[in-house]
Write a protein that binds this ligand. Sequence first.
Ligand code: FES
Length: 107
Amino acid sequence: MKDIKITVIDREDVKHELDVPTDMNLNLMEVCKSYELPVQGTCGGMALCSTCHCYVLSDHELPEASEDEEDMLDQAFFVEDNSRLGCQLKATPALDGLIVKLAPEAN
Ligand code: FES
């Protein structure tokens, strides 16, 4: 399987174009961390911390948020209609060309 491209805009509005493998079962939080972007991923991807909160700027059809993700987003700050938890988005070929922006840190 080939790599996909995902663009992550950090909190200083700097764009990072990432090459992301789709055969390693990575999620977007793990991808950001592997590129040393400022995403904490405190809960390790369990949808329990919202430190991987991001806004989806491209119009990709994404898998619906699970109940756990919805619950966590209900408690997160700065939530918008396009908010998602990065750790709940798997790097699959369907995400090629995705553009996300990191949400502000809550603390
Ligand atoms: Fe904790 Fe995503 S890493 S909610």
